[in-house]
Design a protein around this ligand. Structure first.
Ligand SMILES: [Zn+2]
Length: 224
C-alpha cells in the first residue's frame, strides 16, 4: 500500500504544481487525508478512494489540463497489462505489448516507438526518466479491473472510441473485398457477412462477429 500511496502523492504533487498551487506539500497531505477519511467512511480500499480524489480534483477547472486527444497517440503497456492493450486496440488506439518484457527493454521500446508507458508498477515510475517526464508514463492502481483501467486511460488522455484496430497487434485495419479473402474465411461466415478487414501490420483477417459486437457495446459506455 505504501507504494501506491507514494505514487499518488507524486501524482497529487504534479497536479498541484501544474496548476501553480502554493504550499504543495500541505495540499498533498490534505488530499491524502481526504482519501483516508473516504476510505474509512465508505469501507472502500484506500487505493480506490485515492483514485476518486485524484479524479475529482483533476476534473475541476484550475487543475483540469486543457487537452484533447492528440491525433497520434501510441501506448506501450507493461508486461502485466496485456488485457488492457487488447481493449485499447479494440477502442481504436495503437497499444504495444510484449509478454515478459523487462523494465529496461520496455523503456527502450517506448522511446523507439514514441509511446506513452502504461504501468501498474510504482517502482518503474520511480525511474528518473519517467519521474522527470523524459519518457511519458502513466501509472494506474493495480487493484483496477481491465474495464476500470480502460476508463482511467480514456479519462486521463481525453480519448473517445475510434474505429477498431487489430486486436492482436494494434495495426490499422483496411476493408478488403470478401471475394479476395474467400480462402481465409470460414464458409458460414463468408455466406453471412459482407464486411471483412485485414490488418496492415500483421495481415490477420477480421470481421464483425458476436465477440466484436460485445466489445463495441462495452466501449460505447466509455464516452458516458
Ligand atoms: Zn495486426
Amino acid at each position: 500500500m505504501s507504494r501506491i500511496l507514494k505514487a499518488y502523492q507524486t501524482r497529487f504533487r504534479s497536479l498541484l504544481g501544474a496548476a501553480g498551487a502554493r504550499r504543495i506539500e500541505q495540499g498533498v497531505e490534505w488530499l491524502v487525508e481526504k482519501a483516508e477519511r473516504a476510505s474509512l467512511r465508505g469501507g472502500i480500499p484506500l487505493a480506490n478512494s485515492l483514485t476518486q480524489v485524484y479524479e475529482q480534483l483533476s476534473a475541476r477547472p484550475p487543475f483540469q489540463r486543457a487537452r484533447s486527444a492528440p491525433a497520434v497517440i501510441r501506448f506501450f503497456c507493461d508486461a502485466g497489462l496485456g488485457g488492457l492493450a487488447r481493449w485499447l486496440r479494440a477502442a481504436g488506439y495503437d497499444a504495444l505489448w510484449e509478454a515478459g518484457i523487462d523494465d529496461d527493454e520496455l523503456l527502450r521500446q517506448a522511446v523507439r516507438h514514441s509511446a506513452v508507458i502504461l504501468t501498474t508498477d510504482s517502482m518503474l515510475m520511480e525511474r528518473r526518466v519517467l519521474r522527470d517526464g523524459v519518457i511519458p508514463g502513466f501509472w494506474m492502481p493495480p487493484t483496477l479491473t481491465i474495464a476500470g483501467q480502460l476508463r482511467l486511460v480514456f479519462r486521463e488522455f481525453a480519448l473517445a472510441p475510434r474505429d477498431s484496430r487489430c486486436m492482436s497487434c494494434g495495426g490499422e485495419l483496411r476493408r478488403v473485398a470478401k471475394e479476395a479473402l474467400q480462402e481465409r474465411i470460414p464458409p458460414r461466415t463468408y455466406r453471412w457477412l459482407e464486411e471483412f478487414f485485414v490488418c496492415n501490420r500483421c495481415d490477420k483477417v477480421f470481421w464483425h462477429g458476436t465477440h466484436w459486437e460485445r466489445i463495441r457495446s462495452e466501449l460505447e459506455t466509455l464516452g458516458r
